[in-house]
Design a protein around this ligand. Structure first.
Ligand SMILES: [Zn+2]
Length: 139
C-alpha cells in the first residue's frame, strides 16, 4: 500500500466530525504542516488518518514504545473497513500545557461483517511539544 493517502479537499467537511472544514482541522496535521495542539486534536487526526489510510501520519503520531510494525499496520489498513463516525465521549487533561492526556471515544465502522462500534479510552503523552498516542483500553 502506498504511503500517500488520496488527496483531501481542504474545504470539505472534516471526516473526524468536528464540524470544521478539513483545512482548519485534521488536514494540516496529516500533512505535517501543523502539530496537533491537544490530545483530542491528535485523536481526531488519527481517526481521519485511519479513514483515509494515512500510514505515515499514524506511525508518526504513535509512541515508539507501542507503535506497531509498519507492515502490520499497513496490513490492518488494507482491510475493507470504512470509518463512518467518531464521537468524543470524554477527555482528561491533554491540553497545550499538559504532558499527558486521556481521550475516550467511540468510532463507528463498517466492514465485511457489518457495522461495529469501537469504544476506547486512549492515553496520549506529549514529548518535545508533540502529542503521541501511547495506548488504549477497549471499553
Ligand atoms: Zn478533523
Amino acid at each position: 500500500m502506498a504511503d500517500s493517502p488520496a488527496p483531501l479537499l481542504d474545504d470539505a467537511r472534516c471526516l473526524c466530525g468536528s464540524g470544521e472544514v478539513l483545512g482548519a482541522c485534521c488536514g494540516p496535521v496529516l500533512r505535517g504542516q501543523r502539530r496537533a495542539p491537544t490530545a483530542v486534536a491528535l485523536m481526531r487526526s488519527r481517526y481521519t488518518a485511519f479513514a483515509v489510510r494515512d500510514l505515515k501520519h499514524l506511525l508518526r503520531s504513535w509512541h515508539p514504545s507501542t507503535a506497531p510494525a509498519r507492515e502490520e499496520l499497513a496490513d490492518s489498513l488494507a482491510e475493507q473497513v470504512r470509518w463512518l463516525r467518531l464521537d468524543i465521549l470524554a477527555t482528561e487533561a491533554g491540553g497545550p500545557f499538559d504532558e499527558a492526556g486521556v481521550v475516550e471515544f467511540s468510532a463507528l465502522s463498517k466492514g465485511p461483517g457489518g457495522r461495529s462500534v469501537q469504544r476506547e479510552r486512549s492515553r496520549f503523552v506529549r514529548e518535545d511539544g508533540t502529542w503521541l498516542y501511547l495506548d488504549g483500553e477497549l471499553g
